[in-house]
Design a protein around this ligand. Structure first.
Ligand SMILES: Nc1ncnc2c1ncn2[C@@H]1O[C@H](COP(=O)(O)OP(=O)(O)OP(=O)(O)O)[C@@H](O)[C@H]1O
Length: 619
């Protein structure tokens, strides 16, 4: 399939999310779309998948214009999409999920034999081991990812859209996915790949298109250095590491001893975990999602009752503190799922920024909310955290994923904290904003807070952790010093003890670990070239091939808020907030799309649907 998008324009009200986007994806090409949060990537993919109807522009497949009234049309035209948040039904089996909506019939009944055969054939053509009869809720997230791919490809997708597909995978699983993408591409499947992980783009993409503020601002080739790609994306140079002084641990704030948390069936999901965190240090908890980290974080916050063991905060059992006391004592929490646990999607940004402070000054005056203070607070935080929005009164649920995450972090980091527990703090956030958020987290540490970061991102764990704890199957596999080798951490995430992981890692380097080596070699070569000293290994890699349409790149620092720099100047409805009390849940917010609006129905539809060459491999 050769895909061509011509002049795609998609607006939400007055806001243009995609502005005359042109894009060509050749058969068998892995085409990465790179762009900062809110750039319009998902919107473009949703247009291509038939979830949104563009106001202008054309989609051509093999030169023939297409008109998609919904995802069904896109699927029939050979387009498959693996959404960032899986759209699987947990209580259905793998087979039931794969054939959902296209069940093979044997007379009047669904033919389960044919359905199973379809799953088996598609899976084995991809080299996947999948049990067609397993319940999706019982299999790992990596396996769920494979089910999503099987589902898309069992419908004969010749163009596959992968929207941030590696967010929940181990480095080893990511390697596997990269191999699958290469195999699919070699067989002619075109792949549109969205990710914020520059390392992956460099490992797998054939072509890169960069989108900023809804417009294509340039293209690049995968040999462009990460720093170059990052600055193209956000329009300024970005530091990909965090500049931080060594930790100065003080008194112990958090003490977890022999903690056991069981699920509803009695199985321990946190199994005998003991750790402590002091003021002035960051403990990063690494692990594949679903290995007890969520439950550990929730237990620390007192949101989950331990079945055994103890948790104390500054010497006091957390269970003795009620929620208000926990907040007053300076506990801050960033939940891993921003949309269900971090925000109230229907509430405005202003309201979401004070969710955990209602009832106390300065948010409340007696029984009434201080709306003026709330607006000033929102205006300041939106600016400081670079939340890309047209108005502070906008419903948080209509922000792009990365911008929703910034709202949650802005709320938690704007309080005085003694202990910050942040799960996946930068999931879906672009590199420019990650730089800022990491700096903010380090500055909390330096101000004397104890920080626990739970992250599946090894880059993040390595960037922030003064010590790194790795969890697998609910158990603490080990605690190693910050700066541990990423391959060692990847292996520990599979349950291997640190010594064995170090031994095996030295024998086998992952593709992405290899990319680290390459980056180090490049950096050293460049440094050698700069200083005029010879570089013994040979010349640096080919020059960077980056094409940027300079006229199209907006001037100035990216922190300039698009499209309305000052949220207070964008026609905030005076009556947007009630003078006292939050709006009734369920009441529509001013400015929200009406049901039946294109955007709303598309969102509902989305809800409902719940090469490298041998030489490179060698290197
Ligand atoms: N249904 C909607 N109603 C109103 N505005 C929307 C809607 N969906 C997206 N937008 C806006 O369109 C812009 C582009 O959003 P989109 O989700 O495409 O960004 P993105 O590039 O995928 O960002 P991220 O990397 O954060 O996922 C954002 O400003 C977002 O707030």
């Amino acid at each position: 399939m050769r895909l061509e998008l011509r002049g795609i324009t998609k607006r939400f009200g007055d806001f243009t999310a995609n502005d005359s986007i042109d894009l060509v994806v050749e058969p068998g090409q892995i085409h990465a779309i790179l762009g900062e949060n809110g750039a319009g990537k998902s919107t473009l993919m949703n247009v291509l998948y038939g979830l949104y109807t563009p106001e202008e522009g054309e989609i051509l497949i093999d030169g023939v214009p297409q008109h998609f009234a919904g995802p069904g049309d896109a699927m029939r035209a050979g387009i498959g999409m693996v959404h960032q948040h899986f759209m699987l039904v947990p209580v259905f089996t793998v087979t039931e999920n794969v054939v959902l909506g296209q069940e093979p019939m044997g007379g009047p009944l669904i033919s389960t034999d044919r359905a199973r055969a379809l799953v088996r054939d598609t899976a084995s053509s991809l080299g996947f081991q999948i049990d067609p009869d397993a319940l999706v809720g019982d299999i790992s997230v990596g396996a769920q990812q494979r089910v999503e791919i099987v589902k898309a490809l069992s419908r004969d997708a010749r163009l596959l859209i992968l929207d941030e597909p590696t967010a929940v995978l181990t480095p080893q699983e990511t390697d596997e996915l990269i191999e699958i993408m290469r195999r699919l591409a070699a067989n002619g499947t075109a792949i549109l790949f969205i990710t914020h992980k520059l390392r992956e783009i460099r490992a797998v993409a054939d072509a890169i298109t960069i989108i900023r503020l809804g417009r294509v601002v340039g293209t690049a080739t995968p040999d462009a250095p990460e720093t170059e790609l990052a600055s193209l994306m956000v329009g300024r140079s970005v530091s990909l590491g965090v500049d931080r002084a060594p930790a100065q641990p003080g008194e112990t704030i958090l003490d977890v001893a022999g903690l056991v948390v069981r699920d509803s069936t009695g199985v321990p999901v946190v199994d005998d975990v003991t750790l402590s965190v002091a003021r002035g240090e960051i403990l990063a908890v690494a692990g594949v999602q679903g290995n007890g980290q969520t439950e550990l974080a929730e237990a620390i916050l007192g949101l989950r009752k331990p079945d055994a063991g103890s948790i104390s905060f500054a010497g006091r059992p957390v269970a003795d503190l009620d929620v208000r006391e926990r907040l007053d004592a300076g506990l801050g929490y960033v939940p891993e799922d921003r949309s269900t646990d971090g925000l109230v999607g229907e509430f405005s940004i202003t309201e979401n920024l004070v969710l955990d402070r209602v009832g106390a000054p300065p948010v409340s005056r007696g029984a009434a909310l201080d709306v003026g203070w709330m607006r000033r607070n929102a205006t300041d935080l939106v600016k400081e955290f670079d939340v890309r929005t047209t108005s502070i009164e906008r419903a948080a649920g209509t922000l792009s994923g990365g911008n929703q995450q910034k709202v949650v972090l802005a709320r938690e980091l704007s309080r005085d904290l003694s202990l910050l527990v942040a799960s996946q703090p930068t999931r879906g956030v672009d590199v420019g904003s990650i730089e800022f958020l990491h700096e903010r987290i380090v500055s909390e540490r330096d101000k004397g807070a104890a920080v626990v970061i739970v992250s599946t991102e090894l880059d993040e764990v390595l960037a922030l952790g003064d010590r790194i704890a790795v969890m697998c199957g609910g158990r603490l596999v080990g605690i190693v010093p910050g700066g541990e080798d990423r391959d060692v951490l990847g292996l520990m995430m599979t349950g291997m003890d640190p010594e064995e992981a170090r031994r095996q890692a030295s024998e086998h380097r992952t593709l992405l670990g290899q990319a680290d080596l390459e980056a180090a070699v490049e950096a050293e070569a460049a440094a050698a070239a700069d200083t005029g000293f010879g570089w013994p290994v040979g010349a640096p890699q080919e020059s960077v091939a980056v094409v940027v349409d300079v006229d199209d790149v907006p001037d100035g620092p990216p922190a300039a808020d698009p499209p309305d720099p000052d949220p207070t100047d964008v026609g905030l409805p005076e009556a947007g907030l009630p003078e006292a009390g939050l709006p009734e849940p369920g009441l529509p917010e001013p400015g929200l799309p009406e049901p039946g609006d294109d955007a709303t129905s598309a969102a509902h539809a989305a809800d409902a649907q719940t090469n490298a060459t041998d030489e490179e491999t060698q290197r």
